[in-house]
Design a protein around this ligand. Sequence first.
Ligand SMILES: Cc1cc2nc3c(=O)[nH]c(=O)nc-3n(C[C@H](O)[C@H](O)[C@H](O)COP(=O)(O)O)c2cc1C
Length: 216
Amino acid sequence: MQVTNEFLQNLRQDYKSATLDEADVDNNPITQFKKWFDHAIEAQVYEPNVMTLATADKAGKPDARIVLLKGVDEDGFRFFTNYLSAKGKELKRNPYAALVFFWPDLERQVRIEGIVEKLDKETSEEYFITRPVTSQIGAVVSPQSQIIPDRRFLEEKFENLKAKSDNKTIAKPAHWGGYIVKPTRIEFWQGRNSRLHDRINFELIKGNWIKTRLAP
Ligand SMILES: Cc1cc2nc3c(=O)[nH]c(=O)nc-3n(C[C@H](O)[C@H](O)[C@H](O)COP(=O)(O)O)c2cc1C
């Protein structure tokens, strides 16, 4: 089948599985996020920790890609990557990011905006050693976001290091580690009938989370 604009224009879903009332949303958006994350796990959402990470370069040109959430607490949302990647370079010059979660089975979206900081080396090392050795080797040998001649280039580097490592733990390379997105805005979106969706928004103002409702 060929995708046509007519086909896409007729592709729509009415959402009716739940509602989101101000009173039911915790006054702490991190607590509320964890509650929704638990629901996503209970509902067996496929890879619930998949999130879109949007960054922008110094000139404001946006970029977005998927990364995995690897920690959340009162300080913020954590993910791990290559510091020399495109996103790493963008975050160095412009340390602001947005995150988006979409859990289709629950008809829910969460949007987060915040300031990004690198995690300290020890915290990144603690996580790095928990990864499978093959993932550790992958992190060492892949010059993420750079042009490479072909797939063989990567596979040779991988096999060489694998042979040398003898299945022992690999040291975390300096170019790999974590970031934390310290949130200043968190929005919870629940799909509703007739596009009258619920949107409960939190903004961090002078250290306090202020809860409001936004029009869909
Ligand atoms: C499901 C999924 C999970 C991913 N998780 C990560 C991740 O946690 N960290 C990461 O660096 N890249 C992850 N990626 C790859 C990124 O989407 C992206 O291709 C890579 O980080 C390079 O992005 P950049 O060139 O914008 O820096 C994931 C991709 C998918 C589809």
